[in-house]
Design a binder for this molecule. Structure first.
Ligand SMILES: Nc1ncnc2c1ncn2[C@@H]1O[C@H](COP(=O)(O)OP(=O)(O)O)[C@@H](O)[C@H]1O
Ligand SMILES: [Mg+2]
Length: 260
């Protein structure tokens, strides 16, 4: 299968404020992973292990200390690369907290239109059509377009955040703990929506979560991070059946078994 995105020996560091090298934090340490076109790749590991930092590296929000990120085989830092201009629109992100990720002063219509205004030359009519289609794709009615974020529940807001991420028709969606702030019943709806959208929109998804139950249900493959390193990677069913690393076993043992 085609590799859509690859990190090669990627390291990302946060410099300490007091400029002492020994208190710098190596949040991502020499991570090499490949995300295949069409798959849902889950990145797991406990809080603070570097999952969000890796995602920020991939979305170019942070510059790596070392290593490279390849999109369709080409470095995203290669200045001569023609497809580099397309990269930002091809990779979009959904964040954990749907309460802080939507501008409270903008109507949903404006929130969805903004990425189109910035990145495309579509006419107003074309933009309106794209927005109507995407809002239906995430399971909401047209009438929501005239409302403001505060008028929605957490689950609905996350649907709107997903719509905003998809409005530019990206190839790769990075969802960083997209359901961690939601109630269990709502979590399942959003997870199913992502599953549905993956097929409908031909998406590849990097799904970040510390919840192994959700990963087991959703992901094709899983990578386990521990203190900045990728310590194990496998097909989801294999990883759950035959974890190799002690740390992976510990993570799996920490998963509460759901009883009916
Ligand atoms: N902006 C930042 N400045 C300094 N350190 C940070 C910053 N963001 C994250 N870190 C540190 O980097 C490490 C990885 O954090 P993060 O990528 O947020 O982990 P995760 O998403 O897995 O919880 C942690 O030790 C965290 O404290
Ligand atoms: Mg995080």
């Amino acid at each position: 299968m085609e590799i859509l995105l690859e990190t090669k020996n990627l390291s990302i560091e946060y410099k300490s404020i007091n400029n002492k090298a020994n208190s710098d934090i190596l949040a991502v340490n020499n991570v090499s992973l490949k995300i295949l076109r069409g798959e849902i790749y889950a990145l797991a590991g406990e809080s603070g292990c570097g999952k969000s930092t890796l995602a920020k590296g991939i979305t170019k929000l942070i510059k790596p200390k070392d290593g490279d990120i390849l999109y369709q085989g080409e470095s995203i830092y290669n200045q001569n690369n023609l497809s580099k201009k397309l990269y930002p629109t091809n990779v979009q992100m959904v964040f954990q907290n749907p309460y802080s990720s939507l501008n409270p002063k903008m109507k949903i219509e404006e929130i969805l239109k903004e990425p189109l205004d910035i990145n495309t030359k579509y006419t107003k009519k074309e933009k309106d059509e794209i927005i109507k289609e995407i809002i239906a794709d995430v399971g909401l009615q047209d009438s929501v377009l005239k409302l403001y974020p505060h008028e929605f529940s957490g689950g609905q807001r996350q649907r709107i955040a997903i719509a905003r991420a998809l409005v530019l028709n990206p190839k790769l969606l990075i969802a960083d703990e997209p359901v961690s702030a939601l109630d269990a019943s709502i979590q399942a709806q959003i997870i199913n929506l992502l599953k549905e959208l993956r097929l409908k929109k031909d998406l590849t998804i990097l799904f970040i979560s510390h919840d192994m139950n959700v990963i087991k249900y959703l992901a094709d493959r899983v990578g386990i991070m521990y203190f900045g390193s990728l310590v194990e990677e496998n097909y989801t069913s294999t990883l759950f059946k035959y974890p190799k690393e002690d740390y992976t076993k510990k993570l799996l043992n920490a998963v509460p078994i759901l009883k009916k």
